[in-house]
Design a protein around this ligand. Sequence first.
Ligand SMILES: [Zn+2]
Length: 455
Amino acid sequence: MRQAIQSRRVLTEDGIRPARVLFEAGCIVAVEEYESPSSGVEDFGDLCILPGLVDTHVHINEPGRTDWEGFATATRAAAAGGYTCLVDMPLNSVPSTVDVPALGAKREAAAGQSLVDYGFWGGAVAGNSAELSSLAGAGVLGFKSFLIESGVAEFAMVREHDLRLAMPAIAESGLPLLVHAEAPEPVERSHRWLAGRAPWTAYSTYLESRPDEAEVEAIELMIRLCREYRCRVHIVHLASARALPLLREARAEGLPITVETCPHYLYFDAETIPDGATQYKCAPPIRSAANREELWEGLREGVIDLVATDHSPCPPALKLMDTGDFAKAWGGIASLSVALPAMWASAKARGFALTDVVRWMSAMPAQLAGLQSSKGRIATGADADFVVFHPDAVFRVEPRHLHFRHPVSPYLGQDLLGQVRRTYVRGKRVFDEGEFDANPSGRECRADLPACRLS
Ligand SMILES: [Zn+2]
């Protein structure tokens, strides 16, 4: 059955304008002129209708660490946050997604309990280069590697010689290689220097332990290898603006390198993080306010392509919030359900438009994952994924807004801008004013499957 929604502010491919969107069987069949409300057409007035957001950096942790997060809870938080597609990172679940059977375990875990659509990154770890082609053939959207210890024993970091084994196969697949870009040596040097000297409850100690040089060195290596192998490289969660000049040059040279940063690097700053507040711990760390403003300039200029959450929850006990020990606490920030209002609050304050925020959080991540024909845009032929968004609503984040498994987040207590009222995935309402669809029907997105076809 054909359905229609409209508002005076629909984010179409020509910008925000009054429009009516018709959809049928999960696909957008037409984007037409806005007309006076008529029966059978849901009219949202002045609320914005945005394309569903796509988050290409989420740790869902199931199977194996479902007590940390899982498909049911992560996709609820996603729906409440305006996301209609998540791409799951290959680590923190057990097994890690480093071979085809492990990908099968992921698929089994996700099926039947996901409210929104999802895809999978595979892992490129030390010792699995022989698995990469078959993982690509089995439908992963790309690969993820760590240049430093990943934090979990079952996901081995890579060194240059491992990358040299992996990159030819990845280049051949045409898929991107996503890299956690911190080099171990500068981090080890800092740890040695800080050992026994600095209090680990101080945020400044943690910040010093993961210096800018670690990011710069790792990115230098990736640029060099990208030039050699012409493999698509994507730098995940860039935190240090010191790497921007290198990335700018690499892009000018025409290398296939893309860059992401996260809401927490754009919203918070090291100067205002209280000591002992381990809910802010993530790697690389949240750096200075001056650095944050340079990251915003990187987005403005386009050297940074997109914003992904790096949603990485854990049970509250692992955050060690009672002792505030930054050395031992689990690093990871959970933000799926509040990333859009956090981004909109900070972007608007810096003169950006809502179209910029949605480009960084929807169209560009869809493109990274190879899903641009179905996700990330309101246009004929794309999936009927929409977010009904009130851009002027202000709210203070409380645990009830979070929806992921454990309501721990540095955004608690923050005043954010914009409220997700409703979320549609392929034409189906999955979130509506605080209520969730009781029949999860999210499905896997595969770049090699045909996009939504018009009948
Ligand atoms: Zn991550």
